[in-house]
Design a binder for this molecule. Sequence first.
Ligand SMILES: [Zn+2]
Length: 290
Amino acid sequence: MASIKTLQQAVTNITIWRKGEQRAPHKPLLLLYVLAGYQNGHGRLFNYGTEIRDNLHVLLERFGPQRAQYRPDLPFWRLQGDGFWELQNAEHCSTSGSSRQPPARELLEHNVAGGFDEQHYSLLIKSKNLIDSVAQQILETHFTESIQEELADELGFNILQIRKQRDPLFRQQVLRAYNYECAICGFNMRHDNASVALEAAHIKWKQYGGPCDIPNGLALCAIHHKAFDKGSIGLDENMRLQVSEAVNGSGIVGRLFWDFQGKAISLPQTKALYPQEGFVEWHRREVFKG
Ligand SMILES: [Zn+2]
């Protein structure tokens, strides 16, 4: 029987599918897209060719790691194994290959449509709160806080508790190690004694096992923090700033970004507290859009 429990369990299962440290946002982004549709009154099934393919491709490009190609057909087909996802017209596709996944064009040719099964769908459409809480569970498991916020805003989910997960000790230790200044631009505004818009960024996301320790942290102003989480900027092996070619804008944007391109960031006094290359390398591979 479908219940709120089996739904939450199913969402936990898509986490298990994740390949170790590599970001695999395909299933999470597809589910978020579909849940957002339900919230806006969309029917149970989504047509792959006309509704899913291009929209999921855009989400993968924007919120996934940089890859040579994106395959929106993979999660759409493979979610069938997760116990709550149903496809219509799938029986017309050929699944004789070793991957048991038909060529993507067959999903178009046979008008394959997919969505939650009847039981889970009827649970979901009864409660906007349930949709929000399932969406929140997916967001928290797969994306760092600033990206959770961005996705929730864009897809229209009500996410209330993002800030609660933040670790105050991590913030305090990281800001102190970096002398209460942005490691990139030196921003250090205070209002009386309180730092304003200065944040402790995780280099490797907590969602992928990045610890809340100084060697996995950077003190960044709010703008550089957001840009770092977004993959607009990254660091090379020598802790020099790399700016993505996707960055554009005029005036102050040039001064905040291109002026620091190739420049070494400010580091803590003690070498033991420097960012660890393993974490920086993860960020370069899974987040930075070079
Ligand atoms: Zn800054």
